[in-house]
Design a protein around this ligand. Sequence first.
Ligand code: GDP
Ligand code: MG
Length: 203
Amino acid sequence: MIIKNSEFTISAVSPKQYPSDELPEIVLVGKSNVGKSSFINTLINRKNLARTSSEPGKTRLINFYKVTYAPDKDADNKQFYFVDLPGYGYSKMSHTQQVEVGKFIEQYLVKSSKIRLVVLLIDIRHDPTADDKMMYDYIIKNNVPCIIVANKADKIAVTKVDAQVESLQQILNPLKDLNFIPFSCERKVYSDKVYEILDDVLE
Ligand SMILES: Nc1nc2c(ncn2[C@@H]2O[C@H](COP(=O)(O)OP(=O)(O)O)[C@@H](O)[C@H]2O)c(=O)[nH]1
Ligand SMILES: [Mg+2]
């Protein structure tokens, strides 16, 4: 995948604002602060197109970013959306607010028929939270294609990354039927596998 261009499209607060074109969508889900916006920025080679926040979880918006890319250097340009969903599990939110965010996320996942892939982001350093497990179960139950990405791999020793990913997969996806991969917004080496997966699902 060669990224040609990317642009912010809309911050949607309700389904009628979701883009009405038929472009496929790659959706980021995960708890607040896990690196959803950073993940998008890393893949599109932009420092801060997707807004990373010092006050995570404050906004209940769904941000759409339109990406123009070529599958390889001889191929024609194609497009898709990166969809940045609000994070769940923000500790400073009340339970009621957290339930609201959950409903908001679910509304999008139910309403959109253009989802090609959900990228469930977790933190490589920590066991999946109860919310991560709920999200995982929801995705599986609804038969949405999914990969699990263990982000912030730069925060642990390179030699420990594979074993840590293996142990997280044992907890969250013991059947090992999903792509479960390390990632780092700081280390480009992990991006290649993601581009490969995106090319596959967008084909
Ligand atoms: N070291 C490191 N920091 C990261 C990585 N990904 C995100 N961060 C940092 O984690 C914080 C939250 O990132 P953000 O993308 O806003 O998370 P979001 O709430 O899930 O969108 C920011 O300070 C990022 O710079 C990573 O792979 N490595
Ligand atoms: Mg964000």
